[in-house]
Write a protein that binds this ligand. Structure first.
Ligand code: OGA
Ligand code: NI
Length: 345
């Protein structure tokens, strides 16, 4: 399986989201004032024909909506139901596995610029960094951003807790010790990203975010009601309709490695439009930097040999920042790189 499901927003998060929305509108000013009116799209933003979005809107993908309220509050019937839905997902996604191996997606990335602005910052679930997000806002943007920083700190805390719940569910669905993945991510060092996609006068020429798999472990995405997220399933792009009371959850490369390839990371992109700017919030769950990413014994045997070498998230992150721009082949390229390095040293 790759993506993906939507999970209902626990009710306790609604007011937080409202506050966040208000704060985002009030305090985050992105300078897209020129580009949004430009009919002459700068060359660097024009994607090659084979990657340009289709001018027809992609068909909606019917993703299962999983209500985690019962699971998170410990009811066992809900737990079974939720883990069954996740499994159903896995079966469903197998058909689309061929995605991700077409070489038409690799190329010279320096020229294919995404039509977006982003703000990314780090989150840590470690006991000694309870204010890391708040402090970042305060230190880099000033005192007047403390309130916004607090909102994002709380948002990240909630996403981290939610991720641990999902990790339990994934452990259950794979038949490994229920707490295995949850414990692995208990002290996560995650990344939060705010995406802003301005309007574009020629939306068919460019992409908000090019085709890629997230190199991280699990992504919890909240998109506003504009729409634009698409996933590659059964050889075609399908759109994920916005749902304001749900998050989109997808598997990233690091969890694919951690599950010894059982779960597939999801190839996705974001298209832009000429009517409404779009915002999304992505929480990328990542292991603590020095944790070794290695699948549990239950997932490795003669029939299922190791697919990827051991690595740390710190090394993988560095690879995506210094050596490789994330696309659909990031994990494979990284594995080859690690194996080459270990064979020459
Ligand atoms: C990302 C991403 C999609 C979106 O930030 O990695 O894929 O809908 N975003 O904003
Ligand atoms: Ni992504």
């Amino acid at each position: 399986m790759a993506i993906d499901c939507m999970i209902k927003t626990p009710s306790c998060m609604s007011s937080l989201k409202e506050e966040l929305k208000e704060d985002q509108q009030r305090s985050l000013v992105f300078d897209a004032s020129v580009l949004q009116h430009e009919t002459n799209i700068p060359q660097q933003f024009i994607w090659p024909d084979n990657e340009k979005p289709n001018s027809k809107k992609s068909k909606d993908l019917d993703v299962p909506l999983i209500d985690l309220e019962g699971f998170l509050s410990g009811r066992s019937s809900s737990t079974n139901e939720a883990s069954r839905l996740v499994e159903k997902q896995r079966a469903q996604r197998k058909a689309g596995e061929s995605c991700g191996y077409a070489s038409s997606f690799t190329g010279r990335f320096s020229s294919k610029l995404p039509w977006k602005e982003t703000l990314s910052f780090r989150f840590s679930a470690e006991k000694n960094s309870p204010d890391i997000v708040k402090d970042y806002f305060e230190n880099t943007m000033g005192k007047e951003f403390v309130r916004l920083g607090k909102v994002y700190q709380e948002y990240c805390n909630a996403m981290s807790r939610l991720s641990l719940g999902i990790m339990e569910l994934l452990g259950l669905s794979l038949g490994v010790n229920r707490s295995h993945f949850k414990e692995f991510f208990e002290e996560n060092n995650s990344i939060m990203r705010l995406n802003y996609y301005p309007r574009c006068q020629k939306p068919d020429l460019t992409l908000g975010t090019g085709p890629h798999c997230d190199p991280t472990s699990l992504t919890i995405l909240h998109q506003d009601n504009v729409g634009g997220l698409e996933v590659f399933v059964d050889n075609e792009w399908r759109s994920i309709a916005p749902n304001s009371s749900a998050f989109v959850v997808n598997i990233g490369d690091t969890f694919m490695a951690l599950s010894n390839g059982r779960y597939k990371s999801c190839l996705h992109r974001a298209v832009v439009n000429n009517k409404t700017p779009r915002k999304s919030l992505a929480f990328f769950l990542c292991p603590k930097k020095d944790k070794v990413v290695s699948p549990p014994n239950e997932l490795v045997d003669e029939n299922n040999p190791r697919v990827y070498p051991d690595f740390t998230w710190a090394t993988f992150l560095e690879f995506t920042q210094k050596h490789y721009r994330a696309d659909m082949n990031t994990l494979q390229a990284f594995s080859n790189w690690v194996e080459q390095k270990t064979s020459t040293t």
